[in-house]
Design a protein around this ligand. Structure first.
Ligand SMILES: CC(=O)N[C@H]1[C@@H](OP(=O)(O)OP(=O)(O)OC[C@H]2O[C@@H](n3ccc(=O)[nH]c3=O)[C@H](O)[C@@H]2O)O[C@H](CO)[C@@H](O)[C@@H]1O[C@H](C)C(=O)N[C@@H](C)C(=O)N[C@H](CCC(=O)O)C(=O)O
Ligand SMILES: Nc1ncnc2c1ncn2[C@@H]1O[C@H](COP(=O)(O)OP(=O)(O)OP(=O)(O)O)[C@@H](O)[C@H]1O
Length: 493
């Protein structure tokens, strides 16, 4: 594509070189450069992309987009200066791929918890309605039968625009996409056109990036300025109510959902059981009883979010009901991996204070013996990381009968500090616990100490199949570990 077309509506200063050239590919990572590529240098959180400009030129880059004054001696190279390279990358990528979101029904789902579950419920409804759909999120990007692992919940703008193009070429009509606050803050979704935005909830998380809840909320709220058709918001959430007030006079129609507060789409007559929840969904036109195969109010709310989106996009309630009921399991979301009478082992992706509290509260009414919780806290050693350990430690003490404190993805964080702070939080709240840093041993300990009336909840890693220790991803399958431990305990004894 012609460089001038790639740079259309990008605010830039032309520092040197020819603008009348063609660009075959774009990269924000020097390792991805091909002959003639454009390289966008990004000042990152860990390294500065400007350091790799020489490397990019060596590999054949013909255009460098930068924000800092870096001397470039190669006279064949075109140099463009921009104010914000991440934002420029998003615009450049949208131009390069011809604005594919203009030809997609793009649904963005944001919120601290519930994005993945809502997207899978929605995917199933759209499949039942025979619509061609794609999905982007924590579990990966799904385009037709292809599943691509993502490094991030919401990929970088360049990768996103490439995925959208593939979707349009594959005649995909609707794409459900999880939109993280990082993505909104770092312009990964800038210049993507959303028809619908969904807000699930907001509770403390990611405060190492956003500093405080107001900043975190403002990052999430950005999505609802980018939508054309519908803003769908949880009326039972404190920040949801704030967002509702902000969305009253926007171009996109405001739609609310909830259980406790007045809403456009709401649930009544909820019947709870250990592995499913039945409820009546009420819409402006009709009502219908349906069952979501996941327990507790959180999955009623996630279902309502998905129902609201489908309903206002013209899908009938009987189809919606089938779609929701077809979802038998979402990987790592309240996944019951072993069950024998009253003894159960559940793997769940709860990795925030709120998610952990809701999951343990859901389990409590079905627990004849004890709730044994195995968990670690995935957070860095910053002040907000300490707050997260305090919060999750408090919840463990209050809502579980016994906790085994272990590591989640320790990465480079000192395991001693991580475990110690969590232990202290449990002690302050008079909880019972044992600390076992090795997560496999922690799970085995939980199985060995359990009786046939206990429920074991293994929280934090959900669908993940690796543990990140230092820079290394070590294979780690919680289901296998549990099943082997149970076999050793019951079969071999
Ligand atoms: C803190 C953060 O958000 N980091 C994101 C950021 O990386 P960065 O700016 O730190 O990149 P960097 O490693 O410093 O490198 C700077 C630049 O140099 C380039 N580079 C680097 C090395 C080299 O040899 N050559 C080269 O050109 C890099 O490609 C990059 O362009 O930009 C990258 C590209 O978009 C992201 O992949 C990366 O996400 C990291 C992996 C991450 O952990 N992000 C988390 C915090 C995150 O975004 N999470 C949310 C989900 C949260 C949730 O909902 O639970 C998400 O959407 O995933
Ligand atoms: N509506 C909800 N409110 C609070 N907690 C929830 C809700 N839905 C799910 N959870 C909890 O959060 C965990 C993660 O759910 P889910 O993957 O759907 O959220 P997410 O927003 O996609 O999270 P992430 O962005 O970290 O992938 C679940 O395993 C459950 O413990």
């Amino acid at each position: 594509m012609e460089l001038t077309t790639v740079l259309k509506n990008v605010q830039f200063e032309h520092l040197k070189g020819n603008l009348d050239i063609n660009i075959p590919t774009i990269a924000y990572d020097s390792r991805e450069i091909r002959e003639g590529s454009m390289f966008v240098a990004i000042t990152g959180f860990t390294v500065d992309g400007h350091v790799f400009i020489d490397k990019a030129i060596e590999k054949g880059a013909s255009v460098i987009v930068l924000e800092k004054d870096v001397p470039i001696h190669d006279n064949k190279v075109t140099v463009i200066k921009v104010g914000n390279p991440r934002n420029a990358l998003a615009k450049i990528a949208a131009n390069f791929y011809n604005h594919p979101t203009e030809n997609l029904n793009l649904v963005g789902i944001t919120g601290t918890n519930g994005k993945t579950s809502t997207s899978y419920l929605l995917k199933s409804i759209y499949e039942e309605a025979q619509k061609s759909i794609a999905l982007i999120g924590t579990i990966g990007t799904v385009i037709n039968n292809k599943v691509i692992q993502n490094k991030n919940t919401t990929p970088e703008s360049l990768n996103l625009q490439q995925f959208f193009t593939e979707m349009v070429e594959d005649k995909i009509e609707t794409c459900m996409m999880e939109v993280s606050s990082h993505a909104l803050n770092l312009d990964r979704v800038a210049y993507s056109q959303f028809n619908t935005g969904i807000f699930t909830n907001l509770t403390p998380d990611h405060l190492e990036l956003h500093k405080n809840m107001e900043e975190y909320f403002n990052a999430k709220a950005k999505l609802f300025d980018m939508t054309k058709q519908f803003n769908i918001i949880n009326a039972d959430d404190y920040y949801g109510q704030k967002l509702i007030d902000m969305c009253k006079n926007k171009q996109a129609k405001l739609i609310t959902y909830g259980i406790d507060n007045q809403a456009d789409i709401y649930a009544t007559d909820i019947e709870y059981s250990f592995d499913r929840t039945s409820f009546v969904v009420n819409t402006p036109s009709d009502s219908l009883r349906l069952t979501v195969n996941l327990p507790g109010d959180i999955y009623v709310l996630n279902s309502l979010a998905a129902i609201a989106c489908a309903y206002y996009n013209g899908i009938s309630l009987p189809i919606i009901k089938k779609g929701i009921e077809n979802v038998k399991q979402i990987s790592g979301r309240f996944e019951v991996i072993y069950e024998k009478d009253d003894f159960r082992v559940v793997v769940d992706f709860a990795h925030t204070e709120d998610a952990l509290q809701k999951t343990l509260s859901t389990v409590r009414p079905y627990t004849k013996g004890r709730i044994i919780l195995v968990f670690g806290v995935y957070a860095d050693l910053s002040e907000s990381g300490t707050e997260k350990r305090n919060g999750m430690g408090r919840v463990a003490a209050e809502y579980a009968d016994f906790s085994i404190v272990t590591l989640d993805n320790p990465k480079h964080n000192n395991p001693f500090t991580v475990i110690n702070e969590t232990k202290q939080a449990i002690e302050r709240n008079r909880g019972n616990y044992k600390a076992i840093p090795d997560r496999k041993e922690a799970i085995e300990y939980a199985v060995n100490m359990s009786t046939d009336k206990d429920i074991i909840v293994i929280a934090g890693k959900g669908h993940e199949r690796t543990q990140i220790i230092g820079d290394t991803e070590v294979p780690f399958n919680e289901k296998d570990i549990v099943l082997h431990a149970i076999e050793r305990k019951y079969v071999q004894s």
